[in-house]
Design a protein around this ligand. Sequence first.
Ligand SMILES: [Fe+2]
Length: 398
Amino acid sequence: MPMYHQLGDVPAKRHIAFRSPGGELYTEEVFGQEGFDGAESILYHIHSPCRIAEALPHEPLELVEWLPDEHAHRHFALKDFPEGGDPVQGRQPMLFNDDVVMWYARPDRAMDCYYRNGEGDELIFIHEGSGILRTMFGPLAYGPGDYLVIPRGTIYQLVPDSDAPQRHLVIETPGHIRVPKDYINGMGQLLEHAPFYHRDIRRPGELETIDERGDFLLRVKVRRGFQPYRLDYHPFDVVGWDGYCYPWAFNIDDFEPKAGRLHQPPPSHLNFRGPNFVVCSFMPRMLDWDERAIPIPYHHSNLDSDEVLYYVNGDFSSRRGIDYASVTLHPTGLPHGPQPGLAEKSIGMKSTSEAAVMVDTFRPLRIARPAERWDDGEYRYSWMHEARPGAEPATAAR
Ligand SMILES: [Fe+2]
């Protein structure tokens, strides 16, 4: 998030000698995006961040595609996705293309190593769970509904609370996760019409500087796999940093939804932007107030995009088969919309309690092999049936 921040000690000027109380020179690291043209921070380390005791063999991680026989709308029912693994290595890929990879995880243990994604930014949506995101920029406490934005290159360790079951949707991109430019003025300030403000952004509040020698494992995501290194010092050895590039958190409940006299399209729910994709947050809100309005979405064709919807909270019972933690994929080439009868039923609805996260990609998605297990196979036929009697229309069904 483009807001200047400083933690710990930094010298009066950039690129001058800065020493420890014992007289040792700290190592200055410029941590910047887009070749010195993008957001950057400057960190001061006790040790050289290049220092490694041993480079262990690279561990390839192949994204294997599941290519079903039929091109159709799909529903992946992830409610019963099993717990397992740590918050990084327990991730399973669901959908991917060259711009974005969507992973799903229900970690049941803490990480016993430190991790840096060397080839992508990460946006972690915490559907369930709480804990601490420890980073070299300082720790961030997290809880349900948080989006954690972690710039590539950040060394971190996710430490879930032991008594809090976790459910994470991870969006990884080789580009950068951004707040939409339309929300920001020329001074970097969020505009009045933006659905959130700087007060909603949580940044590391204190630095966790660890000056410790020992044996520490750092796993770096690079070359489409993990490169493990052994370090002889703790990787959180930063004594101070300042700048614009650091991890931050935003809770989906702080997204102020927009409502209108008639139906508001998905871009009014825009939360983040990446290369060739967007992330929208659909939150509980008042619905269209014109007495002629049809509050639920019209049928539409995604002529240029694949649409992924992750159901977070609310009553989705009217949408056949859809449940808590469901993922729907409405791929390009096909129109989609509410099931038969729901438009009529929705007339006069005053509000919706549903929450959902949407990822719209502008290039086709591929389905990862692990997702096959969760594909219900029936969703494509759900437009053959009338909605169940008495069901409330699912307004998140974009
Ligand atoms: Fe849609």
